[in-house]
Ligand binder design. Structure first.
Ligand code: DDH
Length: 308
């Protein structure tokens, strides 16, 4: 009898715990960026899901299309090969999990481990077996643009203004790399600790437009040198790195519908954590159809999610 594609074998809780533990163990990467694989893993999950188009029901985290050049080679995804490489040994160790599930689960584990909220995650995503269903390039946001672009991109996925601001709080984590996106620097002083610092800094500082040597425009804030920093410098320590914001981050401040949410999240960390957990879980589910029991309903061309 032909296998029922909707009846894919789900991993046990114990099996998933093993994967989660393995993700936790790989987060500490002393020679990579700020010492953690966490931020780039979060970005991998976001870019895998952020291609979703509600109108055509295409894109989204199902399929793990970034393994193919068509999506992986999108300049918007530059640098995410590092995230995929971090997870490759886990895929080898736990071959029963699909890439699409592993990438999304890793982000949820990383956010929690970096001090963020618990995010609900469901498995059952499948991996495409060729690139025919990989979404077209150009669906991810361009940091050089403004509020209109943010709405164009995120409304396409089915998000509203509040959700756009909550999702943007992921920029508490990680940094920009000139050789990946053209932008340079981190948003907050501790980029491996999940917090609402991003919103506080957005509001508190006077962000100055600057053009980098590569011609890219971003916003910077150079911290006033306090006595501590001056002393550290005298002792041969390094000057604190100036923080940055993308033009799209600054758009959250100037837009009348976005700004009140920036203010609320800056003032109330618990509210931000609660809203972020909800919106990140929604992001990871875009385009995934489930039956009443939560099992993924595959279409006829997809591979089974789980193989023993
Ligand atoms: Fe982002 N992001 N992002 N971002 N993002 C970059 C880095 C990281 C935009 C542009 C950039 C989200 C939304 C937006 C993370 C998570 C999320 C970089 C730097 C650019 C550019 C890449 C590089 O040079 O390596 C823009 C534009 C938007 C928008 O329009 C709202 C969202 C929604 C998330 C999310 O996770 C929910 C993370 C994490 C990073 C840090 C990556 C790293 O390697 O460190």
């Amino acid at each position: 009898m032909a296998a029922d594609k909707n009846n894919n074998k789900q991993p046990t809780a114990a099996q998933l715990d093993e994967v989660k533990e393995a993700v936790r163990k790989l987060l500490h990467q002393p020679d990579y960026d700020d010492g953690s694989a966490g931020p780039v893993l979060v970005r991998l999950a976001w870019h895998s899901a952020g291609t979703y188009c509600a109108k055509t029901n295409t894109g989204g985290s199902n399929g793990a299309g970034m393994r193919y050049e068509k999506e992986g080679g999108d300049p918007a995804n530059a640098g995410l090969q590092h995230a995929r490489a971090f997870l490759e040994p886990l895929k080898a160790k736990f071959p029963w999990i699909t890439y699409a599930d592993l990438w999304t689960l890793a982000a949820v584990v990383a956010i929690k481990e970096m001090g963020g909220p618990e995010i609900s995650w469901k498995g059952g995503r499948t991996d495409f077996t060729d690139d025919s269903k990989v979404p077209p390039r150009g669906r991810l946001p361009d940091g050089a643009q403004g509020a209109e672009h943010l709405r164009f991109i995120f409304y396409r996925m089915g998000f509203n203004d509040q959700e756009i601001v909550a999702l943007s709080g992921a920029h508490n984590l990680g940094r920009c790399h000139a050789d990946r996106s053209g932008f340079q620097g981190k948003w907050v002083n501790n980029p491996t600790r999940f917090s609402n610092q991003y919103y506080k800094l957005l509001l508190a500082n006077d962000w100055k437009k600057t053009t980098l040597p590569n011609g890219v425009t971003q916003f910077v804030y150079v911290e006033e040198e306090d006595d501590g920093a001056a002393a550290a410098e005298e002792e041969g320590g390094e000057k604190p790195e100036s923080l940055m914001m993308l033009p799209t981050d600054i758009a959250l401040l100037s837009d009348p519908a976005f700004r009140p949410w920036v203010e609320r999240y800056a003032a109330d960390k618990d509210l931000f954590f609660e809203h972020f957990a909800a919106v990140f879980a929604k992001l990871l589910e875009l385009g995934i159809k489930r039956d009443a029991s939560g099992k993924v309903i595959n279409d006829e061309n997809a591979e089974d999610g789980y193989r023993s």
